[in-house]
Design a protein around this ligand. Structure first.
Ligand SMILES: [Zn+2]
Length: 383
């Protein structure tokens, strides 16, 4: 079978295996079929495949060829976001080859990366068995929802190599930094009563007014203290995105709840930010007799930055001819970097096609990506 036929066959097989991950249980699916499919391709190439089981019938795959303290991890997530099939022009789970593009759910984000990596590996021919350092294919679960796959890897302390490249769609531009993300709720417990006499209750909405003021002041201070010219939005952001409280104009508001996200720059630490938030907001609750509860809504993703001077950044810049830059989206990179690996994000396809109906990857992006990954393996695994 020719290389391109094999590529198409593999991509269509992966697209045909639904592996949606979602924080709402009605959409959430197992990724196990994708993991097993990848293992069945990698084992005959000499990789030893370790499947790390996770709750809800999910799994990570760590496929390792060779041994040593250096080497390269090529990492991708096996899940996709949910899709709205009624907004697609085709079945999202059937790969369609049209307009010099492959259409299908996950074609670009990011099932397409695995056949690219496999083609790069096969193109190495005899050189594959002669690599001096390990080559590891990592396939993770739940990147699009909880990042439970990457969290489990960080906890287990594996895999380990010198370098890690996450093949998210970046048009093969090396991404060496992105902001972190944390989301929190503020719940204010007041005391309801008849509005004609304010002494009959404690108004949670009035406390929220103070809380919002404090939160925006905090944001202003953070933005004065922290700037990074490597980002399109050069300051940390904080967005109040949800509020609900009270029930009637003639009733003292007994309860109010607000949710916000906070996106810190590299160098800021999420635990420290939450400590500062608690120090600033909780006293308002005490003063107003309206206790405040702060709760984190999701697992945090720390900000990520790989230094411009790191060897992997320089290798990737030289190989692709593209300067490294920042991304506006968060990835599993901080988890892999925390394992001690130099880490970047770089893969074929465009993030503009991700999470969209009629998601596609351009034919023209595939061969250059295969060539670049092949060169990257030779460079990183022969040190
Ligand atoms: Zn992705």
């Amino acid at each position: 079978m020719t290389n391109s036929k094999r590529f198409i066959q593999r991509l269509s097989q992966l697209v045909a295996l639904p592996s949606i991950s979602c924080t709402s249980a009605e959409w959430d699916m197992s990724n196990r079929a994708v993991i097993d499919q990848l293992a069945s391709w990698l084992e005959p190439l000499g990789f030893s495949c370790e499947i790390q089981e996770l709750p809800d019938n999910k799994a990570n795959l760590i496929a390792t060829l060779g041994s040593g303290s250096g080497g390269l991890v090529l990492s991708g997530h096996t899940d996709t976001v949910p899709c709205n099939p009624e907004r697609w022009d085709q079945d999202p789970f059937t790969l369609r080859d049209s307009n010099n593009r492959f259409y299908g759910l996950g074609a670009t984000d990011m099932k397409g990366f695995f056949p690219v990596a496999l083609a790069a590996i096969e193109n190495l021919g005899e050189q594959l068995q002669k690599l001096k350092q390990p080559l590891i294919i990592l396939a993770t679960a739940d990147e699009e929802s909880s990042m439970s796959g990457a969290r489990a890897l960080a906890e287990a302390g594996k895999p380990k190599a010198r370098y890690a490249v996450i093949g998210e769609p970046t048009g093969m531009r090396p991404i060496r930094m992105h902001k972190g993300i944390t989301m929190a709720s503020v719940r204010i417990q007041g005391l309801a009563g008849h509005s004609s006499n304010p002494a009959l209750g404690h108004n949670a909405l009035e406390t929220m007014h103070e809380v919002l003021g404090e939160l925006l002041a905090f944001r202003g201070e953070l933005q004065k203290q922290h700037q990074h010219t490597g980002f399109e939005v050069q300051v940390p952001t904080l967005n109040p995105g949800y509020i609900h409280g009270g029930d009637n104009p003639n009733r003292i508001c007994g309860h109010c709840e607000m949710h916000f996200d906070l996106r810190p720059l590299p160098g800021m630490h999420i635990d420290e930010l939450h400590k500062q938030l608690a120090d600033r907001l909780l006293p308002i609750g005490h003063r107003c007799n309206t206790p405040i509860t702060l709760t984190r809504l999701i697992g945090d993703i720390e900000p990520f930055e790989e230094p411009a001077t790191s060897a992997l950044v320089q290798i990737a810049e030289k190989l692709t001819g593209n300067p490294s830059e920042s991304a506006a989206f968060a990835t599993e990179a901080p988890f892999l970097q925390a394992l001690g690996m130099q880490t970047i994000v770089m893969g074929p396809g465009s993030i503009n096609q991700a999470h969209q109906p009629n998601e596609y990857i351009e034919h023209s992006e595939i061969q250059p990506a295969i060539d670049a990954i092949q060169a990257l393996i030779l460079r990183c695994c022969n040190e």
